[in-house]
Design a protein around this ligand. Structure first.
Ligand SMILES: C[S@@+](CC[C@H](N)C(=O)[O-])C[C@H]1O[C@@H](n2cnc3c(N)ncnc32)[C@H](O)[C@@H]1O
Length: 315
């Protein structure tokens, strides 16, 4: 079974690793994973491009060609360069050993150009050859320059808006697929809706505040997105439960945004209304989750600043 590698940014590392695994399992329930430091290896029939296009915190990704015990590679390792005119060699050192990386990259480059037809091109290579060192295992792999996916525009912003990366990661953690629908009952500026649509997932948003409803509408329209928007109380979602597959939301904190009632009361009410059989990801102020009496399968702490840590709960 092919293996892909993903080197992740160290921001929110736990959630970043779980996101990669969740995406792989969404499309291939037999996918297997292992990780070393900020490297995740996925064994699955899914291509690395497919996972990487969806994921939020990937810095480098590609396909593993084989594990390495030393630095010695034979001609048969360069099959991958058969149709490539140019390549570049990159070392990713996640081990505690010290390497002279530029020197190693350059000598690997020389060696590979002697063993294959391809030439080194630092700026615009057809193939990127990776040597990845960890304290446990070393890997030899390759990647191709990827098109950076187009980000949705956000023409209107608001101080309380959710970091798009967290909205995206929440959608991915609950395993929604293209064509399915997510509902955000407290949609604010529409961050969840924009991220969902940018991944081919349909979305429905609710917000009781006319101003927020209009901001969301403008944000969606400026991207040509078709999410359904309802100006109304969050509880309206109970009437349209057959129209969506999962809920992703960032609950009101009662600080920067308007809130219809005491946030703790509102949240309690919200939790009692949650559908049993749907996939759910909720962000709230850390500490609130204890009062929610919601059985979550996983919780993550998201540090914002010294007086605000938030929690992401997955059910
Ligand atoms: C934390 S903000 C959500 C921010 C949003 N995720 C974004 O990225 O812009 C909470 C939102 O809940 C809305 N809200 C508060 N009480 C509500 C209620 N009873 N029903 C629906 N929306 C409500 C507020 O207007 C606010 O836009």
């Amino acid at each position: 079974m092919p293996e892909s590698f993903f080197v992740l940014s160290k921001d929110h590392l736990e959630i970043a690793k779980d996101e990669i695994i969740a995406i792989a399992k969404t499309y291939d329930r037999f996918a297997k994973s292992k990780s070393f430091s900020n490297l995740v290896i996925i064994q699955s029939n899914l291509t690395w491009e497919r996972i990487s296009q969806r994921a939020t915190f990937v810095k480098i990704s590609g396909q593993i060609l084989r594990k390495m015990s030393g630095l010695f590679l034979g001609e048969d390792n360069f099959e991958v360069l058969k149709n490539a005119k140019t390549f570049v060699c990159r070392i990713v050192n996640l081990s505690s050993k010290q390497f002279d990386i530029p020197q190693l990259e350059s000598s690997m480059g020389d060696m590979i150009s002697k063993l294959s037809q391809a030439q080194v091109n630092l700026q615009n290579p057809d193939i990127i050859i990776y040597l990845i060192f960890t304290n446990q295992e070393n890997f030899f792999g390759f990647s191709k320059p990827e098109k950076i996916p187009k980000r949705p525009k956000k023409v209107r912003k608001h101080p309380h808006e959710l970091d798009w990366r967290l909205a995206r990661v929440m959608i991915n953690l609950i395993g929604l697929k293209e064509g399915e629908t997510v509902c955000d009952p407290f949609c604010g500026t529409g961050t969840t809706l924009l991220e969902a649509e940018s991944m081919g997932i349909k979305a429905i948003g609710l917000d009781f505040d006319k101003k927020m409803y209009e901001i969301s509408k403008e944000n969606l329209e400026s991207n040509g997105f078709k999410s359904k928007l309802i100006k109304g109380d969050f509880s309206e979602f109970t009437k349209i439960q057959d129209k969506f597959d999962g809920i992703v939301t960032d609950l009101p904190y009662g600080t920067a945004s308007k809130v219809s009632e005491n946030p703790q009361e509102l949240i309690k009410k919200f939790v009692t209304m949650l559908p049993r059989r749907k996939k759910i990801a909720i962000m709230c102020k850390k500490g609130f989750e204890k009062k929610l009496n919601m059985k979550s399968s996983k919780a993550y702490d998201i540090y914002r600043h010294k007086s605000l840590t938030r929690a992401i709960l997955i059910k």
